[in-house]
Design a protein around this ligand. Structure first.
Ligand code: NAD
Length: 258
């Protein structure tokens, strides 16, 4: 018996990093999993095949989460193949540009907001519309970031998108409570995924980053995935509107040098 037997999950950004780990973890608890991919069909197929090899149900579907028509199409395809999703994990995202506001082009700003914020709006809307019609309960988990609060120089696009995602989480929790759709967010610190490819590839960069993490190491995608599984399970039934930090204590010392 798994914690998520009989459930159907749609995971955006499921071909990589936290999305891939969460897809695997949800499937290990019995959920049928659809993972959307954007750039890498081969990587998405490998995640799907690994789930199926372990006896689970999984499929892949292409979607740019910032494209309204593609998101609608992805939900229709998944519903036809696996059933109506009652778990949504919004993990698709782009990292910060590293460019100051003064030097940011509008196109860059719009691209990031469309992916990291509008994407979650579009998928969440499709998800809730499906469940609303059937009156089934559900769970949404948005993968936010500690940078929704702890801003970074050159990170205005990303920080604004993630702050917006936290706000979307809380607003939707209020709107979806009566439907018994729980909406929560996870705010990871430094997790070793392709998004942090410099730290993954360079031990010196990783060691320097580690010095600021009280727990003494960066996090793993599987650790974020475990929290997502908990939030989707009956064990977290009464939780909604929360933004849960998982960062090894990284954000606790914000007034260094004071
Ligand atoms: N890695 C970290 O340290 C960290 C920390 C905090 C938050 N996060 C968040 O976690 C989420 C997952 O990131 P990750 O670390 O696994 O990085 P990742 O780069 O491994 O994964 C990001 C995924 O998003 C997908 N994607 C990008 N643009 C897309 C689009 N337009 N449509 C659909 N999919 C798109 C990519 O193809 C990829 O699968 C992101 O939202 C990120 O902001 C990561």
């Amino acid at each position: 018996m798994g914690l998520l037997d009989g459930r159907v999950a749609l995971v955006t950004g499921g071909e990589s990093g936290i999305g891939a780990a969460t897809a695997r973890a949800l499937a290990a608890e019995g959920a049928a999993v659809a993972l959307t991919f954007y750039a890498d069909a081969v990587a998405a197929g490998a995640v799907r095949d690994a789930i199926i090899d372990k006896g689970g149900r999984a499929m892949v579907v292409h979607a740019d989460v910032g494209d309204e028509a593609l998101v609608e199409q992805a939900f229709a395809t998944v519903t036809a193949e696996l059933g109506l999703p009652d778990i949504l994990i919004n993990s698709a995202g782009l990292n910060m540009s590293g460019v100051t506001v003064a030097d940011t082009e509008l196109a860059q700003w719009e691209r990031l907001i469309r992916t990291d914020l509008t994407g979650a709006f579009l998928t969440s809307r499709a998800f809730v519309r499906g469940l609303r019609d059937t009156r089934k309960p559900g769970r949404i988990v948005n993968i936010s970031s500690i940078h929704s609060v702890a801003v970074r120089y050159g990170g205005a696009d990303y920080c604004a998108a993630k702050a917006g995602l936290d706000s979307l989480t809380r607003t939707m929790a209020v709107e979806c409570g009566p439907m018994k759709i729980g909406v929560n967010a996870i705010a990871p610190g430094m997790i070793l995924t392709p998004m942090n490819r410099e730290a993954v590839a360079d031990p010196q960069i990783l060691a320097a980053a580690r010095e600021h993490i009280p727990w003494g190491r960066a996090g793993r995608a599987e650790e974020v995935a475990s929290l997502a599984v908990f939030l989707c399970s009956g064990k977290a039934d009464y939780m909604t509107g929360a933004v849960l930090t998982i960062d090894g204590g990284l954000t606790l010392e914000q007034a260094l040098g004071a």
